[in-house]
Design a protein around this ligand. Sequence first.
Ligand code: DGT
Length: 230
Amino acid sequence: KILLQYKVLRLHHKMNTNKPFTVLVEGNIGSGKTTFLEHFRQIEDITLLTEPVEEWRNLQGWNLLDLMYKDPAKWGMTFQSYVALTMLDMHRRSTPTPIKLMERSLYSARYCFVEHMHRSGILHPAQFAVLDEWFKFIHNQIQLDVDLIVYLKTTPSVVYERIKKRARSEEQCVPLSYIEELHKLHEDWLVTRQHAECPAPVLVLDADLDLSQITEEYKKSEHQILRKAV
Ligand code: DGT
C-alpha cells in the first residue's frame, strides 16, 4: 500500500516541478535519527540526507567535533559556524525525488546546541551575537522550505545509556546533565514552543522504545509523510 501511494506521489512530482516535501528528523543525541532514516531507505527514490558528522570529524584533516568536546569554550564558535554551513548545504540541496528526509537542521543547531552554549556561558556573548545574526540572516533571506518535523522524543536517561553503549570516542565525557539540557531545549522548541519559532507542524514519536518495537512506531510517520506529501 505504501509503495502504491509512493508511485502516485512520484507521478505527481513528475507532473509538477514542485519542490520536494521536506521532513526534518529531530531529537536528542542518541534518539535514533539514523535508524529512522534507514527505515525509509526501502522506499524507492526517497532522498535521505544524513547528518554530516563525518565532515565535522574531518575538515581538511581536523576533527572539529573532538576539538569542540575537548575545549568547548575555545572551539564552540568554530564548530557551530561549520555546522551551520553544512546544514545550510543540506537545506539547499536539490533532490530528484518528491520527498526529502533530513537529519537535523539549521534550526536544531541554533535553538538547541547554540542556545545551550549561550545559556551555559560557553560562548562569549559577542560570539553568540555573530552566530545569531548569521542564523537570522539565513532564515530571513533564504527559503528553507520545511514541511514537517518528526520529533523522536526520548527520556534523557534512556538516550544516555545508548550513548554510553555506542561509545563514539568524542562523546565519552558527555554528562547526563548535558543530555537533560538538550532534551529541555528540544521540548521548548518543538512541544511547549516557548523560546523559538517552529518552521513546520510537528509529529511526535515515542523513541524510547527498543529496536523490536520501534518499527511499528516509525510506521505511524510513513502514513503521515506520504499522505501529506500528496
Ligand atoms: P542518532 O541517530 O539519533 O543517535 O543521532 P546522533 O546522536 O548520531 O546525531 P546527533 O545529531 O544527535 O549528534 C551527533 C554528534 O554531534 C553528537 O555528539 C552531538 C553533536 N552535535 C550535533 N549537532 C550539533 C550542534 O549543532 N552543536 C553541537 N555542539 N553538537 C552537535
